[in-house]
Design a binder for this molecule. Sequence first.
Ligand code: GDP
Length: 443
Amino acid sequence: MFENLSDKLQSTLQKLKGKGKLSEKDIDLAMKEVKMSLLEADVNYKVVKTFVNNVKERALGSEVMESLTPGQQVVKIVHDELVKTMGQQGESKLKFNPNDITYFMMCGLQGAGKTTATGKLARKLKKDGKKPLLVACDIYRPAAIKQLEVVGESVGVPVFQMGDKTSPVTIAKEATKYAMKHGIDVVIIDTAGRLHIDESLMDELVQIKQTVKPEEILLLLDAMTGQDAVKVAETFNQYLDITGVILTKVDGDARGGAALSIRNVVEKPIKFLSVGEKMDQLEIFYPDRMASRILGMGDVLSIIEKAQDAFDEKQAIEMQKKLKKQDFNLDDFLQQLQQMKNMGPLEDLLGMIPGIGQNKKLKDLKINEKELVFTEAIIQSMTKKERANPNIINGSRRKRIAAGSGTSVQRVNQLLKQYDDMKKMMKKFSAMEKTMGKKKGLG
Ligand code: GDP
């Protein structure tokens, strides 16, 4: 998301950074460019106007004119205003009922990615130690119930359904009984979507809302539909007084107009971004981190969180022990690679590293995910003995492994060398750690 906007804003601001002093004309010119870039990104016109006016007013004030590095000061102002446009600190936090079962209602037009995001949210809650239940209240769309069941199964969360002949309000009521009986603490209701907003759908949603009194009414919006998404949000909000938005298909949205407009137009926070079809591709929305990403300042915090989400803590501790004892074998190597893959496309990660956003050469570098597939295939073609003790892999074994994995001896050699290098590096680390330990002991 935001690729074009990000490039344009960065190049505009880069010009300012190069100047020792800024005149009013410099700022005027830069703001014209900023305005064009935002409009091209499909940001709501009113939002653009307010944004540019705010930046301009602050940029012309003493905060910039009297500072030593006026260009950098303007970058800071643009960053601040971007954050303000997208929300406030802490707004993305979900609200829970501390004394009773918590209800979340998921709403949105058909195809927005509601069912997918419902599964992702359930997965996240479960990871956070909750006991969620999914409730199938979309009784109109053929196969909606089945789809929810498939999603629920894939994340290991139960699904409550009563077929398509019972009214959604009754289903919601019955789900409560089920939840109480089974120690469920968060009930997530998947409501019906329509192709367009219509009165009867809204009535039904209002009825469900009145029945379960949800802590969160989350509206699913397809980021790729830009300003249409903002209009949908306005209507749903009028009827339901939603509590937040989950922006979906963000991975396919190069412009980012919806993300930059919704908070301001609807005055409701974006709480999550859905960034792919897989169940772990849900990110908490942090306006400050997003602003940093747009301006190419990187988002190290999100990388750390992704790593924490993808890596199993127990496995990590186990791995650390192995590294210390230096019995890190090819199975462990493979496990590490698989966990790296869980962190999502490597290009996405690169975009979050400070400085890389601006570095054209690095940005164009496509990480070859196929390499990982080959590596996996090669290791999987080895016997248990070979994985545990790669030293025994001689010439004829190499040939067999190459044939078995559909690769070449050259690739097998390459992989074994990588593994060897990694082992050597670890030896160095652990030697370093020992010396440091001794030094500490002496001190
Ligand atoms: P619903 O009708 O609102 O329940 O929508 P679904 O959850 O069935 O999603 C509609 C389609 O969009 C499916 O093919 C999903 O796989 C896809 N989809 C959902 N969320 C995302 C996302 O964040 N990124 C991408 N690329 N596709 C998504």
